[in-house]
Design a protein around this ligand. Sequence first.
Ligand code: N01
Length: 551
Amino acid sequence: MSTHTDPADAKHSSTTTLDAIIVGAGFSGLYMLHRLRELGFDARVLEAGNGVGGTWYWNRYPGARCDSESYYYSYSFSDELQQEWRWSERYPGQAEIRNYLNHVADRFELRSGIQLGTRVSHAVFDAKRDLWHIQTADGERLSARFFITAVGCLSAANIPQIDGLDEFAGDWYHTGQWPHEGVDFRGKRVGVIGTGSTGIQAIPVIAQDAAHLTVFQRTANFSVPARNAPLDPAEEKAYKADYETIRRSQRESANGHPFNVSEIPALSVSEDERRQRYEAAWARGSLRFRTVFKDLLTDEDANTTASEFIRGKIHETVNDPGTAETLTPRDHPFATKRPPIDTHYFETYNRDNVALVDVKRTPIERMDATGLNTSEAHYPLDILVFATGFDAMTGALLNIDIEGRDGQKLREKWSAGPRSYLGLQVAGFPNLFTITGPGSPSVLTNMPTSIEQHVDWIAECMTHMRDHGLNRIEANRQSEDAWVAHVNDAAQQTLLPKANSSWYLGANVPGKPRIFMPYAGGAANYRAICEDVAAQGYDGFVFGEPAHATG
Ligand code: N01
């Protein structure tokens, strides 16, 4: 397959027809491009930003850092790459990850296949020719056999509608659209709305510079210390010597991290032993805290022991008992929302220049020229930071006007929540692949591990089609229905749907349907299902003319 100019494209004014158009130049898009080029496909990445990096290009807020550890929050596809790249800290900061992804783009000579500053606005499937016609916001038109979204799960900013925001005389920013030149908080009265992973990373850093910081919290959050530190050269040497095992363990784990969940139920040990185990995990830091006992995410009583331990730590850390209580989550079990990890988050509330406002008790009413008004008080501000998260998992996909077979829009098809087969394809939308799409484990895992799995599967599927002269693949409706039911069942086997304010459920965006979107059945299990589907001749997909796929 190759690029050609197609005179028959006059209707769409297309000049270029490719094998694949990939949207997004983050971890997913870069690797997808690399794999397809290796396999001899002609692919192009269209990226809205003016640089590569995806999440790590946009999220430049103070304190932005990955919660996975650097030695495994990286690609595994090239041993040379993982041996030569040097991480400087236990958890990689935003700038370092962006440098890494730029290095990947250079090292694998990807730049010639990436078109920056190009936002895809429309994509329409042409069933007569099995082609996707893509239009960009600048009016450019391209066509491709395959349309592959690598848009990220957390990339469409969620900015709450607050009356009077346009009257505010100060500056406001969303953390996911942070100015490249940075923001100078010195001497400023700053407000932060949101205490998710982002707010919890940004608040301690902003507090160091701001004259005064007011945190507007809607839902109190659990957080465990990260214990970030510079990487010791001996540690680096050790993990570099062990990459084969580390990568295997990532692929075989439930969450893409190279550590296993304990086999021990929380209530099978004495209270003393439980406490010791939690203390050790607290001292060590990281998302591993979730793995201390096997049943923290499946048994409410087991979970309560972890939740209570963290609640106790918040009260030990925060000097003012009223503030400590406001910071203590009581409405959801630990880790049923994505648990943040932090660097001195709770300690920050002991600073004289930091105040906490509970906006569940005293809701935000409006902004005015000088600041923010809750139902109880006026808070004068110079800068307001929205750490309010994202229209997760579906937002970035639905921001593109995607039209499949028979004029069906993805927006209509997903009006009651996303439906997909394996999180990879949507019935009625042939030759569209959604990397880490809703219905796949994605955000419940270490993302690069899930991304590599999806990219490899898609690349193999496209190779299979090329080898067999097939132009079209589409998930059939029955397989999609069964998968949606299975995703729902898998979530119900866990405590995850119990967090009413979770973005996993779409609860953070007003009006969004409440559906548990990621697949909670485990990444290794999911990988095996995908491999099996391929081995069975792509069971559940229809190739060629999908006469009986009436999605
Ligand atoms: O977003 P969030 P985030 N009024 O949705 C509050 C990943 N991540 O950007 O809980 C008042 O978690 C909202 O309140 P509530 C990670 O997967 C990864 O922090 O909805 N408050 C909540 O407190 C993470 O989970 C890294 O009641 C409002 C906050 O804003 C995901 O990104 C680092 C509000 C939003 O929290 C999202 O995290 C950072 C309103 N109208 C993030 N609307 C890594 O390490 C929302 N809120 C890789």
